[in-house]
Design a protein around this ligand. Sequence first.
Ligand code: NAG
Ligand code: NAG
Ligand code: NAG
Ligand code: NAG
Length: 436
Amino acid sequence: MALSLTLFLLPLFLSPFTSQTLTTPNCAAVDHLSSGLQIFHINSPCSPFRPKQQISFEETLFQSQSKDQARLQYLVSLVAKRSVVPIASGRQQVVQSPTYVVRVKIGTPPQVFLMAVDTSNDASWVPCDGCVGCPSAVFSSEKSSSFKVLGCQAAQCKQVPNPVCNIGSCGFNVTYGGSTMAANLTQDTLKLAVDDIPEYTFGCIQKVTGPNPVPPQGILGLGRGPLSLLSQTQTLYQSTFSYCLPSYKSLNFSGSLKLGPVGQPIRIKYTPLLKNPKRSSLYYVNLVAIRVGRRIVDIPKAALAFNPNTGAGTVVDSGTVYTRLAQPAYDAVKNEFRRRMKPATFTSLGGFDTCYTVPITIPTITFMFQGANVTLPQDNFLIHSSSSSTTCLAMAASPENVNSALNVIASFQQQNHRYVFDVKNNRLGISRETCS
Ligand SMILES: *[C@@H]1O[C@H](CO)[C@@H](O)[C@H](O)[C@H]1NC(C)=O
Ligand SMILES: *[C@@H]1O[C@H](CO)[C@@H](O)[C@H](O)[C@H]1NC(C)=O
Ligand SMILES: *[C@@H]1O[C@H](CO)[C@@H](O)[C@H](O)[C@H]1NC(C)=O
Ligand SMILES: *[C@@H]1O[C@H](CO)[C@@H](O)[C@H](O)[C@H]1NC(C)=O
């Protein structure tokens, strides 16, 4: 059984390099499709979470960078048996904002939520009735006849981080974007388009503490661990899903998410999916080298190497916006890029350090994964500021305080490609697809 979901697109003044096409989203239309349901970009005209005020390009860039910092911190924190990270200091307003949301239904009769799609989280969670510190839209468990709270003896209770027993029911705490949430482990029917998933296990959030907002209507965990959507739907979707993220050119564009092996591309390049016990929820791949123009840049082996003992390596993530490379890898790519760009004068803007006013000659960038070379279209590595007529290389270095090198292939670099997560066969398929 395959399920198609439509993805909706992204930020405000971040217009990529080429000209824009006018499109108008039809937010209601896809709701009538029997084959799928829509996924919106969080800032899409179809999303109730879009910012009320439009902000400048520079601010947006800056914000995306700081959100990515928080995301990186989160990804780095996912070391085995330590899923709870210290709350970030008050000075640093870190917000881990999800990029894409999907409309799902929970309960009997169904209640509708726009949950954030997150490939680096396993457990799903929603804010529940009685929650202290949650946003207003909450799941009313009392109104659902199929809702159940799991007991401390339930097998699933051993799969959550730091479980606690609250008068016989299974509770746990999760940290997300610098805030901590206390949840009960619960079950109810999850409805994705036409598919009913009975007794779906998720966290029912009871309390949020911390400086930062959490995704207002919860997250849908697409990670690879035991409590993820994939693990809970092995018969239905056979541990397979794919997405094509829409172009960053307009918030109105749409892409798609497909669950299950049916309808996935047949002709596609594959690279092995690796499992790293240090961060078992994440999708690791083997990034062997990076080519800029025709030259394979000289990157110290340790900056790209997969290491199951330290957690080092390269992950593919839907929740980080700009690709992050370990410092030596980023330096090598950046330096070769600067050498080949004409004119040679570069500046910086926001969090980007390789920017040009009038780029004339632009080299290509190729990610060389084991078994699959992926040459990025310019829209996937150049970000253009319309207000300051500046074009930047849309990548950055990973935070230096990381004890082991973590490279993250992020959503900007993934747009208009189909990424097939074939967990059953331990492989990731990548192909170009104009989905927006
Ligand atoms: C997006 O859709 C809105 C209507 O919802 C329309 O006003 C706007 O021009 C569209 N933008 C682009 C870039 O197509
Ligand atoms: C849910 O968790 C809270 C504490 O986080 C606890 O007080 C409450 O009893 C739990 N609810 C149920 C129904 O188990
Ligand atoms: C979980 O969070 C609650 C409330 O936010 C707190 O009282 C409790 O001590 C936390 N439990 C653990 C195991 O961290
Ligand atoms: C990737 O490109 C390099 C040349 O830059 C080539 O040697 C290698 O065979 C290619 N890999 C695949 C899987 O096509």
